[in-house]
Design a protein around this ligand. Structure first.
Ligand code: HEC
Length: 136
């Protein structure tokens, strides 16, 4: 009888178990490595976003909500509604719970999502707008 190829051989069963274990560990390792890489990418992206000098200076300033509201009503309300509840543009209620301050600044200043125009507020004006957007 061929000891090594018999499916009933205890040695063969052991080998089969070992073969099963190794791929599982590899998969687990790959998943952990993947998650680490994703985490690192997100961290790197936020670091890169906040390294922009304009964004840094906006974030270092204290925004005044009432002034932000005035700026909003003059520049943004035509599309987003006087109460920021949406018109041509989407409602902005709770937008600051979904998006980081840096990404809100990017949204306002980049002009990457037409028809929303590209705005160039001074850092203090942008800080005021952020204060408004974070409580709307
Ligand atoms: C010409 C119309 C228009 C004006 C003016 C405008 N927006 Fe928008 N805005 C839009 C549209 C349309 C979108 C959706 C863009 C998309 O995601 O494709 C948008 C998206 C946004 C978003 C992202 C919303 C989300 O759910 O992620 C924010 C924040 C925003 N606008 C803020 C502002 C602010 C602040 C101003 C004034 C400084 C402004 N917008 C002026 C049309 C406008």
């Amino acid at each position: 009888m061929n000891f090594c190829t018999s499916p009933l051989s205890p040695l063969n069963n052991q080998i089969a178990e070992i073969e099963l274990d190794i791929p599982f560990q590899r998969v687990a390792l790959a998943v952990i490595a993947g998650l680490l890489l994703i985490g690192l990418a997100i961290y790197g992206f936020t670091q890169w976003q906040t390294s922009d000098p304009y964004i840094r200076s906006v974030l270092s300033l204290e925004g005044q909500r009432s002034h932000g509201q005035e700026i909003f009503q003059m520049n943004c309300a035509g599309c987003h509604g006087i109460q920021a509840d949406g018109l041509v543009g989407p409602t902005l209620h709770g937008v600051a719970t979904r998006r980081t301050p840096a990404s809100l600044i990017e949204q306002v200043t980049s002009g990457k999502t037409p028809p929303m125009p590209q705005f160039q507020p001074k850092p203090q004006e942008m800080a005021d707008l952020l204060a408004y957007l974070s409580q709307v």
